[in-house]
Design a protein around this ligand. Sequence first.
Ligand code: UDP
Length: 241
Amino acid sequence: MKQPRYKRVLLKLSGEALMGDQSFGIAPDMLAYVAEEIKKPHDNGVQLAIVVGGGNIFRGVKASSFGMERTSADHMGMLATVINSLALQDALEKKGVQTRVQTAISMHEVAEPYILRRALRHLEKGRVVIFAAGTGNPYFTTDTAAVLRAEEVHAEVLLKATKVDGLYDADPATHPDATFIPNTSYMKVLEKQLRVMDMTAISLAMDNGLPLVVFDLKKAGNIYRVICGDQVGTQISNSCP
Ligand code: UDP
């Protein structure tokens, strides 16, 4: 068994990752698959913090475009991430992985509040910590929340699990000759507006030198491969061309 390269990582899962082939909500088989993928590095001693999105249930920006007050819409979006976090917690605990959910919006009966020192203690004890409710503030995304929490817990890398296998110089769906980009810099992502994460998230990662890896969640074993340092997906860092 290959040894992990990283001791502490932050995994960002979009809400859509839990949707599977459905157009809304949580697909039980996808949830079980994701939990199994997370269990592997956990069982090999890797400390895992997770940020889950909410796009499979509710997106603030979309609702505000229909006329809803943006702050209310974003509060609903953040609550959607709590629903996903609880679902992931349940799936992980069914597989014997100890977890804690911490929310950036207090709801004591449901989950712990976000307290950094407590989160660190959980990680040291080998519990998977799921950060829910994004940053707790409207006008942000869970990508930005993921970078923020990764910095706070001193994760060595942020793993952005998506439905694509990484970055291309053009959209491979419409440009069959698009070239895959294995390594790139934050600046290139910003300049070329490669929509892998929102600009705020990329800028925050760049300012703090947090390496990012964008990879395909649906290929079994990918999370562990990335954690072992295999060349999977696209790496974004300061040292890349
Ligand atoms: N959200 C927010 N503040 C945050 C994080 C998320 O207001 O710090 C809201 C926002 O409305 C967003 C929704 O939560 O649309 C779901 O998050 P996101 O769109 O990032 O989820 P993903 O695309 O990863 O599924």
